[in-house]
Design a protein around this ligand. Structure first.
Ligand SMILES: [Zn+2]
Length: 686
C-alpha cells in the first residue's frame, strides 16, 4: 500500500513534468469527466452501452426484452387462428349486432337512479340522497331526492346504500388482432363488467373505426371507443413534411389521437425503427397534431432525448418511458452497438487478467527477488486492486440503480462515487508504471505491449464505472423530483400502466404465472390467449428476481413524484398489450397501485374519469356527472372515496344510457368463457 501511495504521489508530481504523461493523464481525466457530462447530456449512446455492459444491466434488460419478444412472438403465432375467427364472426355479425342492439327501446325511455349517493367528480363532495334521471343517452337531471319525481314508465334503479359515479376509462388498451384481441370488439363485456365505459385504443385501423361508428350509433354494445391509427415513427415517417402529412391523413381518417411508437413489421414481428424520429420531424408531428386537434401520446422519442421530448410537449403512454429515455440506458440502443460494447469490454477485462498472469509468472520466475518498480511487473498490485474495486463498484451499482434493491440510497451513491475516485488513482499509477517500463532498457517489448493494454483496460474500467455511477445518481430522489418538475413545466400527460410493470415482472420472474392463471377474469379470455399466455416460461430464477426486481417499485415512486409535481396522470393498463394484463380486471389493480403512489381515492378516480376525457379534449362530453353529459355511469356498493375496492364489481353499469345490471353483466361474461370443445367456429359459419 505504501508503494501504491508513493506511486500516486509520484504520478501527480509528474503531471506537469513529462509531456507524454501529462497528455495521457489529461486524456484519462477528460474521458471520465467527458463521460459524466455526456451521460447527463444524454448524447452518447456508445458510452451508455459501455456502462450497461459493466454491471450486467444489459443482461437484465435483455431479459425484459426477451419477455416482450417472446410474448409478442407467441401472440403472433395465435394471429392465424384469430384471423380465422375474425372472418367467422364477421360472417355472423348480423346475428351479433341483432343481439347487441336490444336496448334502443329502453334508450327512448328514462332511467332514474333514486335515493343514491352521487360522486359527480366535478369536486370531491359525495352528494347523498339524490335522484339522477337519464334520458336518450344523456344525463337529464341531477337533483336531491324529493325535489324530483321520475316520470311514469321510467326504469327505476334503487340506489340506497350505493354510490353512482362516472364510468371508468382505461386510457391505454390494445384491441387489434395482432395482440390476440377478439374480433368485433369481442372483449367488450370484460371491460363493461368491470365498470369500464370508455377505452383509448393505442393502435387502430379501418376496422377499429368501424366499431367506433357502430358503438356511437348504438348497434355495438361496447365501451366508448377512442383510437389512434397506426404507430407513428420512422422508418414509416421520416421528414417533417411526411410527419405533417401523416398527422393530416390520420385526422382525416377519423382517428382520435396519435400514438408515437417504434414501428413493427407485423409479418415478422420485427421492430423496424432504427433510431427514432429526428427532432425536426418530431416537432412537425406535434405542430400538425395541435392544428388538427389530435393529442399525441406514446413512447419517448429516444433519439431526441428528454430535453427534446419536453420541448415538444410529448405525452407518455407509460410511466417507465421516462426511465427508458433518462433514468436507465435506453432500451432503444441498437442491439449491434450493445453487443460491440459488451465484447470490447470483455476483451479489455481479459487483457487485465492476462497481464496480471504474465506479471505474476515473471515475478515467480525471479523467485524471491522483489519486483522492481521500473518493470511492468509493478502493475500487478494496482491492476488486481483496480479489478477488485471495479467488482465492488459493479455490485454496489446493481443495488442502487432503479431495478436494484437499494435504488437511490444516498450513502451508497457516495461510496460508489468514492470508488470511482480510487479507480482513477489506480489508473494513474498503472499509467505511470507503464511509462517508466517503456523507457526502461530492461523492459521487453511483449511486456510493454501487455502493460499498455492493461493500462488501457484500467482506463476502460474507470470510464465504465464513472458512467455507471453517473447513471446511478439519476435514480436519486433529487434527480427524480427534478425531472418530475420539468415534466410538469412542459405540460405533458402520463399514462400510468403500473400494472404492466407488476405483471411483466411477475411473469419474468416466473413465480406468479400460476397465480395469474387462477384469476377469475383470466377464464374469460379467449382460449387462444389463455393458451399462449399460459405457455410463457419464467425467464429468470427467483433469486435473481429478488435482487433485480425493484423496477416496478421505482416506477411507482416516479409516478408519485410526477403526481406531486402536478403532472396530470391517466390510468392506463396496456390491457392485452402484454401477457396477463387482462381487460377491465387490470384497471382495478392499476387504481390500487395509483393509491400506493400516494394519490387519494378521489385523485385516483380523477385519473380514470376526468383526466382522460380532458386529455382527449372531451371534458364537456364525459368524465363527470352533470346535466347534458353522456350517460356513462357505474353504481357501486359503498363509498369509493374511502374504498376503491368497491369499484371492482359494480352493481350495474350504464354505457351511453344503456343500463346493464349485475346479472346481465355476469351473463355477458359467461358467454365469453371458452367452451370445453374449442371448435364452435364451423357452427357459427354455417
Ligand atoms: Zn401499449
Amino acid at each position: 500500500m505504501d508503494s501504491l501511495l508513493h506511486d500516486l504521489r509520484y504520478s501527480t508530481r509528474q503531471l506537469s513534468g513529462h509531456r507524454s504523461f501529462s497528455i495521457t493523464a489529461f486524456l484519462t481525466l477528460a474521458l471520465v469527466i467527458g463521460a459524466n457530462v455526456a451521460i447527463f447530456a444524454g448524447i452518447s449512446s456508445v458510452l451508455l452501452a459501455v456502462a450497461s455492459a459493466l454491471a450486467g444491466l444489459g443482461l437484465g434488460w435483455a431479459g425484459v426484452r426477451a419477455l416482450f419478444v417472446l410474448g409478442v412472438d407467441q401472440l403472433r403465432r395465435t394471429a392465424g387462428v384469430t384471423t380465422i375467427l375474425t372472418w367467422a364472426v364477421i360472417a355472423a355479425s348480423p346475428l351479433v349486432a341483432a343481439q347487441g342492439s336490444d336496448p334502443p327501446e329502453r334508450d327512448s325511455q328514462a332511467t332514474a337512479f333514486v335515493n343514491v349517493s352521487v360522486l359527480t367528480m366535478e369536486d370531491e363532495t359525495l352528494l347523498h340522497n339524490q335522484t339522477v334521471v337519464v334520458r336518450q343517452g344523456r344525463i337529464a337531471t341531477l337533483a336531491p331526492a324529493g325535489s324530483l319525481t321520475p316520470a311514469d314508465g321510467a326504469l327505476i334503479v334503487d340506489g340506497a346504500g350505493r354510490t353512482l359515479l362516472p364510468g371508468l376509462v382505461d386510457a391505454h388498451v390494445h384491441l387489434d388482432p395482432w395482440v390476440g384481441a377478439r374480433p368485433d370488439f369481442g372483449d367488450a363485456p370484460l371491460f363493461l363488467a368491470h365498470g369500464v365505459t370508455s377505452v383509448i385504443n393505442l393502435r387502430g385501423d379501418a376496422t377499429t373505426l368501424e366499431w367506433k361508428r357502430r358503438i356511437a350509433e348504438g348497434t355495438l354494445l361496447a365501451p366508448n371507443l377512442y383510437t389512434s391509427g397506426e404507430f407513428f415513427n420512422e422508418p414509416r415517417v421520416n421528414t417533417p413534411e411526411e410527419a405533417a402529412a401523416e398527422v393530416q391523413a390520420q385526422a382525416a381518417a377519423g382517428y382520435d389521437l396519435i400514438k408515437f411508437r417504434e414501428v413493427i413489421d407485423f409479418e415478422t414481428g420485427q421492430v423496424l425503427t432504427t433510431s427514432g424520429l429526428a427532432e425536426d420531424a418530431l416537432l412537425a408531428l406535434h405542430e400538425a397534431a395541435r392544428q388538427a386537434g389530435l393529442p399525441v401520446v406514446g413512447h419517448a422519442p429516444y433519439r431526441v432525448g428528454l430535453d427534446g421530448m419536453l420541448a415538444a410537449g410529448h405525452s407518455l403512454a407509460h410511466t417507465n418511458e421516462l426511465a427508458n429515455v433518462y433514468f436507465m440506458p435506453p432500451l432503444d440502443l441498437g442491439s449491434g452497438m450493445v453487443m460491440l460494447a459488451r465484447w470490447s469490454f470483455l476483451a479489455l477485462l481479459l487483457l487485465v487478467v492476462i497481464g496480471a498472469l504474465v506479471t505474476l509468472v515473471g515475478w515467480l520466475r525471479r523467485g524471491s527477488a522483489a519486483p522492481e518498480p521500473a518493470r511492468p511487473a509493478g502493475i500487478l498490485v494496482p491492476a488486481a486492486t483496480a479489478l477488485a474495486v471495479a467488482v465492488a463498484a459493479a455490485v454496489l451499482w446493481i443495488l442502487v440503480v432503479p431495478p436494484g434493491r437499494l435504488f437511490g440510497n444516498l450513502a451508497l451513491l457516495l461510496v460508489l462515487s468514492a470508488l470511482v475516485a480510487v479507480l482513477l488513482g489506480l489508473a494513474l499509477v498503472m499509467i505511470r508504471r507503464v511509462m517508466v517500463a517503456a523507457r526502461s532498457p530492461e523492459g521487453s517489448r511483449s511486456h510493454t505491449i501487455l502493460a499498455v493494454a492493461t493500462a488501457l483496460a484500467a482506463l476502460a474500467l474507470v470510464a465504465g464505472v464513472a458512467l455507471a455511477t453517473a447513471f446511478a445518481w439519476r435514480g436519486s430522489n433529487w434527480a427524480v423530483h427534478r425531472v418530475a418538475r420539468r415534466c410538469a413545466d412542459a405540460s405533458i400527460w402520463v399514462q400510468s400502466t403500473l400494472v404492466l410493470y407488476e405483471t411483466v415482472q411477475a411473469a419474468r420472474d416466473g413465480y406468479r404465472i400460476e397465480e395469474q392463471k387462477q384469476l377469475p377474469a383470466f377464464q374469460y379470455l379467449s382460449a387462444e390467449l389463455q393458451e399462449s399466455w399460459g405457455r410463457i416460461p419464467g425467464l429468470i430464477p427467483p433469486w435473481m428476481g429478488r435482487i433485480w426486481s425493484r423496477h416496478p417499485v421505482f416506477t411507482r415512486e416516479l409516478l408519485g413524484a410526477l403526481h406531486r409535481q402536478g403532472v396530470p396522470i391517466m390510468a392506463g393498463t396496456d390491457a392485452l398489450g402484454a401477457p396477463f394484463v387482462i381487460p377491465g380486471h387490470s384497471l382495478h389493480r392499476e387504481l390500487a397501485l395509483l393509491g400506493e403512489c400516494g394519490l387519494t381515492p378521489y385523485q385516483v378516480l380523477w385519473t380514470a374519469t376526468v383526466g382522460p376525457a380532458r386529455f382527449l379534449g372531451l371534458g364537456p362530453e364525459f368524465g363527470t356527472i352533470a346535466e347534458g353529459k353522456r350517460a356513462d355511469l357505474i353504481l357501486v356498493e359503498g363509498d369509493p372515496t374511502s374504498n376503491l375496492a368497491c369499484l371492482a364489481r359494480p352493481e350495474g353499469v350504464m354505457v351511453r344510457g344503456v343500463w346493464l345490471p349485475r346479472a346481465q353483466l355476469d351473463r355477458m361474461l359467461e358467454d365469453l368463457r371458452p367452451t370445453a370443445d374449442p371448435e364452435p367456429v364451423p357452427d357459427v359459419v354455417k
